[in-house]
Design a protein around this ligand. Structure first.
Ligand SMILES: [Zn+2]
Length: 242
């Protein structure tokens, strides 16, 4: 690993990790937007993954929504990998905050400091009845989307297509970004709005590293240090330094 990059990780006190699906694919969770992901596999069928994961589908076709969630989104056997573990350790050291698009709970399983973890699109292992607003165990939800107590519809806490991001969460993310002295984009194409917009919020001259196999393109000028390396390899090397 480049000595300048190592030094950046050593001297920075407020690292922000912006992460996406590629962080969890080594844990066996498919990325439904990637080439080999669900979206493309399902293209032959009538509907896209985006349709199944929409507010309309949840409200108007709750059984279909539930079936899709259970079949493709829940991977309770998945374990965090070295990327989650190294980033989580840095949160526990008070050196980093993670802002992730992933809804798979793996940063919690890696014991990330919950005060330093922003699950931008929610967490599907956090479920609630839409009628009584009580929390429901995800195992119950996986069995049935109907709350036994009152017949209400259970939903997982994730931001669906057609729903907007909680403003508080966006503001909190913005503030974390503005306070960062190193920004590290990991395994995400930075294409989903408004997550991708977060990159606009940083102090001038703050180094921005992107660890992604594919090059990233932004509609505005972002001075990136591009590392086109496998994130597992990168974080395995970083783990040896701590
Ligand atoms: Zn209920």
């Amino acid at each position: 690993m480049d000595a300048n990059i190592i030094n950046l990780f050593k001297i920075s006190k407020h690292i922000v990790f912006l992460t996406g699906a590629g962080v969890s694919t080594p844990s066996g969770i498919p990325d439904y937007r990637s080439k080999n992901g669900l979206y493309h596999r399902r293209k032959k069928q009538k509907r896209s993954a985006e349709w199944y994961l929409s507010h309309d589908c949840l409200m108007h076709h709750p059984k279909t929504f539930h079936k899709f969630m259970v079949k493709y989104m829940y991977h309770p056997q998945a374990k965090p990998n070295v990327i989650h573990n190294v980033q989580a350790k840095l949160t526990r050291m008070g050196k980093a905050t993670i802002i992730t698009q992933n809804v798979d709970n793996l940063y919690h399983l890696a014991h990330a400091d919950p005060q330093r973890l922003i699950e931008f699109h929610g967490n599907i292992y956090d479920c609630e009845c839409m009628k009584c607003h009580r929390k429901v165990d995800w195992r119950q939800y996986v069995k049935s989307p109907v709350h036994q107590a009152d017949g209400g519809l259970i939903r997982p806490n994730l931001v669906l297509y057609g729903e907007s991001i909680n403003q508080k969460k966006f503001k909190r993310s913005m503030n974390v970004m503005l306070n960062a002295d190193l920004i590290v984009i990991v395994s995400t194409a930075m294409k989903v709005e408004p997550f991708a917009d977060l990159i606009k919020y940083h102090q001038p001259n703050v180094p921005i590293i992107a660890i992604n196999k594919q090059p990233l393109h932004f509609s505005y000028n972002v001075g990136l240090i591009m590392i086109r390396e496998d994130a597992v390899k990168f974080f395995s090397q970083l783990a040896l330094l701590n």
